[in-house]
Design a protein around this ligand. Structure first.
Ligand code: HEC
Length: 490
């Protein structure tokens, strides 16, 4: 025993362990803060710990490359001993973390705990919330299955709508004009290094703020916060009736955290990890991708919204709602903390949560983003097929059925990543069109492997008709030697 005492003495001498304890888990909190309503923050922290440990283990096996990502997930699921359990824990850990951080924020909101002097704690906490969402999103992308892939596609097209810099931002994030190996590497780095580093740094600040400002006392209806006297009163309250967080006040935190950990392990063992739903294949546009539950509401919003509202809400409403989230302590400046005196707060929570739940439910069944579908599937406008040959009609159908219009518009409708194809025949000759479609270009995927020779002929015959009446299509200066596709290996 004595030896332990002297080791402790030696360490304490150098690390000031006693003072560390006093200032951290041993600090005094108001007795009223030892409540079942106050357990969500610490449980979120426990989830983070699970995510860090399981995530590190997963990263040892996962391969962030488009060829092997999906296979390495399957390897984890079926070959690597306990790989499925790691994936299960990581998947359920993330689900619980998103849920708990949300409940934590609702509790802080309803208890008015973001008010003076804890405004900054709320702002840092909201940033942490966004980071958790970023982790959930990038993690889903790393599965690189259909869901993950189309999740990336949708967010990329969201980015692409930012005025002026959208295209550059998309290229920067994707690392290439399309979702590719570079994109996956970036998402891996963001998921494994960047966001976790931000989370840990912000968490240090968040917890320091919690310790410095003290855990808020349980609100009492009618008791107002007066910035002049609040801190002094709080000090007195904690002096008089407070208790230490550990071992006295934090008992409920420990019980709740233990329950959550048990729930995560149970879900991981009984339900297991999310089985990836088929490798990502960009040419399959008729899939039914579904995001993980936390994105279902957002997914439903975009799926159900009329397409003409999409850009507006993406560019303005989404950032606006984030700004409002951060601004909560500065908008709601009333001195009353108790929810019974803040009907607005209750209505806000009820409205927001009801809409999220209804939308998430809709998201389970709604047809997926009609805009993406619309881009790829919108019929070619009649004036572009009038008087065309049957072969050219087939070509028009291929443009409609393949994902050309995710990136290209025709007469203004469609994606904006590639040039508008309305007058493409005036810019490229027949042979150049064939080459463009088969081999792609730095900025366009090669379709050679996804189209039969017949389809290429039809497609290019159609593209070749896309020119204004008074402007003939481009011609080779030399006469065309042979029908271009007869010798083509495809
Ligand atoms: C992932 C986005 C994407 C998809 C999908 C896509 N393209 Fe492209 N396409 C581009 C980009 C970007 C360019 C511009 C080429 C460059 O930057 O070098 C381009 C260029 C072209 C051009 C040359 C246009 C010009 O004016 O120079 C043609 C023709 C073309 N694409 C046809 C198609 C067809 C047909 C399909 C469907 C089978 C298709 N593209 C699918 C991105 C795409």
């Amino acid at each position: 025993m004595k030896i332990f005492a002297s080791i402790y003495q030696w360490l304490d001498d150098r690390l000031a362990l006693g003072r560390l304890y006093d200032q951290s888990i041993g600090h005094r909190i108001p007795a009223s803060a030892s409540s079942w309503f106050y357990v969500f923050g610490s449980a979120t922290l426990a989830c983070l710990a699970i995510q860090l440990v399981t995530g590190t283990c997963l990263a040892l096996v996962y391969v962030p490359s488009p060829e092997f990502a999906y296979a390495s997930i399957e390897y984890l699921d079926y070959t690597q001993p306990f790989g499925w359990l790691l994936r299960g824990l990581h998947f359920w850990g993330s689900n619980f973390m998103v849920a708990l951080v949300t409940i934590h924020m609702i509790q802080v909101f309803l208890f008015g705990a973001y008010k003076y002097p804890r405004e900054l704690t709320w702002v840092v906490g909201s940033t942490l919330f966004l980071c958790v969402i970023a982790m959930a999103f990038t993690g889903q992308g790393l599965r690189f299955d259909q869901d993950g892939y189309w999740g990336l596609e949708i967010v990329m097209s969201i980015l692409g709508r930012i005025p002026f810099v959208g295209m550059e931002a998309t290229h920067l994030v994707q690392g290439s004009p399309i979702i590719s190996g570079a994109t996956l590497s970036r998402f891996f780095t963001i998921h494994v290094f960047v966001v976790p580093a931000v989370i840990i740094s912000l968490l240090v600040i968040h917890i320091r703020l919690v310790l410095l400002m003290g855990i808020s006392e349980y609100p009492v209806a009618g008791k107002k916060i007066d910035p002049e006297t609040y801190r002094e009163d709080y000090e007195k309250l904690v002096e008089r009736t407070g208790e230490r967080l550990m071992p006295e006040g934090g008992g409920k935190d420990l019980v709740f955290t233990a329950l959550i950990l048990t729930a995560i392990v149970t879900c991981a063992v009984v339900i297991g990890p999310k089985i990836p739903n088929g490798p990502a294949d960009p040419s399959l546009i008729h899939t039914v991708p579904r995001p993980d539950f936390y994105f279902l509401s957002l997914f439903a919003v975009f799926a159900l919204m009329p397409p003409y509202m999409e850009s507006f809400s993406i560019v303005y409403l989404l950032p606006l709602s984030i700004v409002i989230l951060f601004a909560v302590p500065f908008i709601s400046r009333g001195q009353e903390r108790h929810w019974s005196k803040r009907p607005g707060a209750i209505i806000t929570v009820v409205l927001v949560m009801t809409s999220l739940v209804i939308l998430a439910y809709e998201g389970l069944t709604s047809p997926w983003s009609p805009h993406m579908n619309a881009w790829s599937g919108v019929p070619i406008q009649p004036q572009f097929v009038q008087g065309r040959t049957p072969l050219e009609h087939v070509g028009a159908t291929i443009v409609q059925g393949k994902q050309c219009r995710n990136c290209h518009s025709i007469d203004g409708t469609g994606g904006k990543r590639g040039p508008d194809l309305s007058g493409v025949a005036t810019r490229l000759t027949y042979n150049q069109l064939v080459r463009q479609v088969l081999q792609g270009d730095g900025n366009m995927p090669a379709f050679g492997r996804h189209l039969s020779p017949y389809e290429v002929t039809a497609l290019v015959s159609f593209l070749h008709t896309l020119h204004p009446e008074n402007e003939p299509p481009s011609q080779n200066s030399a006469p065309e030697a042979a029908p271009p596709l007869s010798t083509d290996p495809y």
